[in-house]
Design a protein around this ligand. Structure first.
Ligand SMILES: Nc1ncnc2c1ncn2[C@@H]1O[C@H](COP(=O)(O)OP(=O)(O)OP(=O)(O)O)[C@@H](O)[C@H]1O
Ligand SMILES: [Mg+2]
Length: 468
């Protein structure tokens, strides 16, 4: 199923890791080439245009972060070109290149949103300093935007709920990760919100208007992962009736989220590493390489370090993905987030069902006492189930699944049964029959809420029928 990432190391320290795109627009070839060489050695992906028209084309097709713009271009007024650049890429940092005679219009350009100007002729050092300042500016404006976004949600960060110190720490790392283009490794137990965090990093970053493509490496067979990620040519294998572009290429400036990366076979790990390092892929069955411009976010609930130690995960790929890493704390280590999460899920359910439901104070206390091995997902399912099974306006402790009730009073079951040992099969039978009864015979819903397949439920009912 294809359904649905610091501790930043300075980008210039990692060759090829700075994915910022720079466009130089100047009709003088010497200036274009000088700027391009300087920007390239500073680690930028560099594009050049000799006219305003050509520049607009590049802007439409590439995620340009920084523009060096000559104010005297053939066929367009420099200020008009600036206005167009700003309207197509409002978040790009624009530095004006001016001749001695155009300084006054450069000042006007700054009033119109250009960041700064540099006068011709300039030295390589002057240019380098300007590029560094532009990068700082880009980081600052992105950070401000991310912070604004964050303030919008008083219960957390974007759609992530939680105000515990552990989560606040996580939000600071997410904000940093959002404005960088390095890979991020998201770690955390099942149900802690790894996919939610990946989305948040993508959607609060500068490329939020580009695709976010999740790929579940855990549920796809290796050959399918390969053809999905890298694409294939017509006739590459049986059934390949037409060529298909790889997701790493389709993302074009966006993000590919590799979920359950720990499940990737060693062969695919090598191919992925090569793709990340060389920024190009080779579609299955093709001899040609295709350039890619993609950010990789990866998630795992496995201990990748241990996998590296026992040789099932490549050390070099682990280091590539782990430039920036982030560990989502399990819910049991941030129990003060439980009331906010409960409020959030109850509100959502009330909106969806149209009936206002609340949770009794006692039930909330019981939930606070439980350890949530399935984390936020388990909490979400628990509330959904309780809402479906109870009819009163306020959910009570008795509406919660028994493991949650028992976690608070471990002796209760024993006392109720007079200390008698009950076989699991009997407990299961009891749970199934009681649930169907409570749901007035809705077996499909019962199977779903009990977390078993409908075939299993029907089979068990048949068994009970023959026993009686
Ligand atoms: N902090 C949170 N605030 C709101 N919702 C959350 C939070 N954490 C998780 N969720 C919700 O819990 C569910 C599970 O989250 P998600 O799928 O991101 O977990 P995961 O870590 O990817 O789990 P798995 O390893 O099992 O794939 C989703 O419905 C998600 O919206
Ligand atoms: Mg997941």
């Amino acid at each position: 199923m294809i359904s649905t990432m610091d501790v930043l190391t300075g980008p210039r320290e990692i060759p090829g890791a700075n994915l910022l795109n720079l466009l130089v627009v100047d009709d003088e070839r010497a200036v274009r080439e000088g700027c391009r060489d300087a920007a390239q050695s500073a680690g930028f992906n560099t594009f050049a245009a000799d006219s305003a028209e050509h520049a607009y084309k590049v802007l439409d097709n590439q995620n340009i972060d920084i523009v060096l713009l000559d104010l005297k271009l053939p066929g367009a007024s420099g200020l008009e070109a600036l206005r167009t650049v700003k309207s197509r890429r409002p978040n790009a940092v624009v530095v004006i290149i001016t001749g001695y005679a155009t300084v006054s219009s450069a000042v006007q350009a700054m009033k119109m949103g250009a960041f700064d100007y540099i006068s011709k002729p300039f030295t390589l050092d002057e240019l380098r300093i300007m590029l560094e300042r532009s990068m700082d500016e880009l980081k600052m404006t992105t950070e401000k935007r991310v912070l604004r976004e964050r303030l919008r949600s008083k219960h957390g960060f974007g759609s992530i709920i939680g105000r515990s110190p552990e989560m606040e720490k996580l939000y600071r790392i997410i904000a940093k990760a959002a404005q960088s283009t390095h890979p991020v490794l998201i770690m955390g137990e099942s149900g802690t919100g790894k996919e939610l965090v990946a989305r948040c990093i993508h959607f609060s970053g500068p490329y939020h208007d580009k695709p976010f493509i999740p790929v579940d490496c855990g549920s796809l067979v290796p050959t399918l992962i390969e053809s999905e990620l890298f694409g294939y040519v017509r006739g590459a294998f049986t059934g390949a009736i037409r060529a298909k572009e790889g997701l790493l290429a389709i993302a074009n400036g966006g993000t590919v989220f590799l979920d359950e990366i720990g499940e990737l076979t060693v062969d695919l790990q090598a191919k992925l590493l090569r793709a990340i390092q060389e920024k190009e892929i080779r579609p299955v069955g093709s001899t040609k390489r295709v350039n890619i411009n993609v950010r990789i976010l990866a998630a795992t609930n496995r201990n990748l370090e241990a996998a590296v130690a026992d040789g099932t995960f490549r050390r070099d790929l682990y280091f590539r993905l782990n430039v920036l890493s982030l560990k989502i704390p399990p819910l049991r280590d941030r129990k003060q987030d439980i009331p906010l999460l409960v409020e959030h899920f109850m509100e959502r359910m009330s909106r969806n069902t149209g009936s206002q439901r609340t949770l009794s104070e006692e039930a909330l206390q019981v939930m606070m006492g439980y350890d949530w091995p399935g984390n936020v997902r388990e909490l979400e399912n628990c509330l959904e189930r309780a809402c479906a099974l109870s009819s009163g306006p306020a959910l009570q402790t008795a509406d919660l699944p028994s493991p949650i009730q028992n976690a608070n009073h471990p002796m209760q079951t024993e006392a109720a049964d007079g200390g008698k040992i009950v076989p699991i099969a009997d407990l299961e039978r009891e749970a199934i029959l009681r649930t169907i009864d409570q749901l007035k015979g809705d077996k499909l819903l019962a199977a779903r809420l009990l977390g078993i397949g409908k075939t299993t439920l029907y089979r068990k009912l048949k068994e009970y029928a023959t026993e009686d």
